[in-house]
Design a protein around this ligand. Structure first.
Ligand SMILES: Nc1ncnc2c1ncn2[C@@H]1O[C@H](COP(=O)(O)OP(=O)(O)O)[C@@H](O)[C@H]1O
Ligand SMILES: [Mg+2]
Length: 497
């Protein structure tokens, strides 16, 4: 031999090289397994590694499903590539599955063709056969016999040991992903079906109409203007419009345009770049945060004209400009707005832009005043009492016949919100299981909680009215009410109103 080296040394060097190559392959495979892969990709990878390293001419790797005859197959040098059923029913593969260890043979029939040599290994996880890796027709090289030996089988076993857990993980991941998809879908349809009816309570024609509009408008992506007096459920409707929409997985952001000072409204809506003015921190606006979802602009009628102009531009161009920002940011946001104002009158008075109005009110949903659907009062009352009781972990009090009659007779200027607050106060103070008409303090627990209309100047009556007002403000939390009133909880309980 050249260089005076003995053939023995050459063979030794060759064997060593082979070992190094195999170890390198195992190392590479184990490294590449750290990221989650699909079954097919895993099978292709081990096959592509095993065939050249073992000097095989061809091979296949397969993962079986539990159901017979289905699975994934990767093939190299086999034309046509075998299907999962052919692999699963091949006698050599069946022997591998039975033996649960590597096998090698000389002349054999595999997948219906005669081959010179074959070696294979089952891919085992927890004693179960997930699949097989099989190499065919060893090419004689470096003086090796044209058959697979003990060392080749050991290599196959090591490779299988690395890959099988990854294969099982891939399978679990696939099942999980399918489960997740199914659950998401279920959740979606559940939310959809829960939607409007359970949340917006009321069966009157007026409520039915409003609810149907909410359900129908939710499915589309058009901008919706919700109108109606204060406390009629406009915000609730806005939330339902989002929850029932195709963008329900996206964000829902609310901004009360009347509650934010004009100087801050623009940055609240559109954001601000850092350093526009000294000490100003960069901040992302609600429009950007709502990307892919819904923005709810409450009390839109109270938006200053300067902001109205900017809103209009955003609606027209579907992109926002942060204060002090150079670039425009595209946004995909559905706008639901609400107002208790008469916007056409505001437009006539020059306080609201007509072009903005039409952009916002592609669909208008008018929430009826409670006095327009009195027949819903008993059901609404039951709904609120049940909710209060569930929150406080006690049994819901019922309403006496007189109490129901009193509720039906009252005009409810504060609409559903006033009814809710009224019941909150009554439920907090009632001692037994039944709320009597006398427990209902009308005209106190309305929206702002500030208007006080005691029915007489009697001092006890004024005191009771005050207590109820405070209770309504703290949503019936007696400890907080007592603190605000400057009396002990026991004193508050003794004040039987
Ligand atoms: N139809 C209804 N069914 C159940 N709760 C309602 C209904 N309408 C209003 N509410 C409740 O009344 C309160 C006031 O509603 P909200 O949506 O804030 O009114 P608005 O925005 O019109 O002032 C909320 O607590 C809301 O949950
Ligand atoms: Mg509101």
């Amino acid at each position: 031999m050249s260089g005076g080296r003995s053939p023995g040394r050459d063979l030794e060097a060759f064997a060593l090289k082979k070992k190094v190559l195999r170890l390198e392959t195992l190392y590479d495979v184990s490294r590449s397994l750290t990221s989650a892969r699909e079954e097919k990709a895993l099978l292709e990878e081990i096959l592509a590694r095993a065939v050249p390293v073992l000097d095989a001419a061809r091979g296949f790797a397969a993962a079986f499903e539990d159901a017979e005859g289905s699975g994934t197959v990767a093939a190299l040098g086999l034309e046509p590539a075998p299907g999962p059923l052919a692999v699963a029913s091949d006698p050599f593969v069946l022997d591998l599955a039975r033996a649960k260890t590597s096998l090698s043979r000389g002349k054999e029939t595999v997948l219906g063709s005669g081959i010179e040599s074959v070696a294979g290994v089952p891919l085992l996880a927890g004693g179960r056969v997930l699949g097989v890796l099989v190499v065919l027709d060893r090419e004689a090289r470096g003086g090796d016999a044209p058959s697979f030996d003990e060392e080749d089988r050991r290599f196959l076993v090591s490779l299988a040991g690395l890959v099988a857990p990854a294969l099982e993980a891939a399978r679990r991941l696939r099942t999980l992903a399918a489960d997740l998809d199914r659950l998401r879908e279920e959740n979606r349809s559940l939310k959809g079906s829960l939607g409007v009816d359970e949340i917006l309570v009321g069966d009157s024609p007026a409520m039915r109409r409003a609810k149907e509009l909410v359900a129908r408008a939710a499915a589309s992506r058009v901008n919706v203007l919700v109108t109606g007096e204060s406390g009629t459920g406009k915000e609730l409707a806005a939330k339902l419009l989002h929850a029932g929409s195709p963008r329900r997985e996206g964000p829902f952001l609310a901004l009360n345009c009347a509650a934010v000072p004009e100087s801050l409204l623009e940055s609240e809506l559109f954001g601000i770049e850092r350093g526009v003015a000294t000490g100003v921190e960069a901040r992302i606006g609600k429009f950007e945060l709502a990307n892919g979802g819904t923005i709810f602009l409450d009390e839109i009628g109270d938006t200053p004209l300067a902001i109205q102009a900017k809103l209009l531009r955003v609606l027209q161009e579907r992109e926002i400009e942060r204060i002090g920002g150079r670039a425009k940011v595209p946004v995909d946001v559905r706008v639901v707005s609400a107002t208790h104002q008469d916007l056409p009158a505001e437009i006539r008075g020059g306080r609201f832009r007509e072009d903005l109005f039409y952009r916002l009110r592609v669909v208008e949903i008018r929430m009826p005043a409670l006095r327009e659907h009195r027949e819903d009062i008993p059901r609404l009352a039951g709904h609120f009492l049940a909710r209060i009781a569930a929150r406080d972990g006690r049994r819901a009090p019922s309403l006496s016949r007189d109490a129901v009659k009193a509720l039906l007779d009252y005009p409810f200027p504060g609409n559903v919100r006033e009814l809710e607050n009224l019941l909150e106060g009554a439920a907090a103070l009632v001692s037994g299981d039944t709320i009597e008409a006398a427990d209902l303090q009308f005209g106190i627990a309305n929206e702002s909680g500030l208007e006080l209309h005691p029915t007489s100047a009697d001092l006890r009556n004024v005191e009771n009215a005050h207590i109820l007002r405070v209770l309504a403000q703290v949503k019936g939390n007696k400890s907080r009410a007592a603190k605000l009133l400057g009396v002990s909880r026991r004193t508050l309980y003794r004040k039987r109103i």
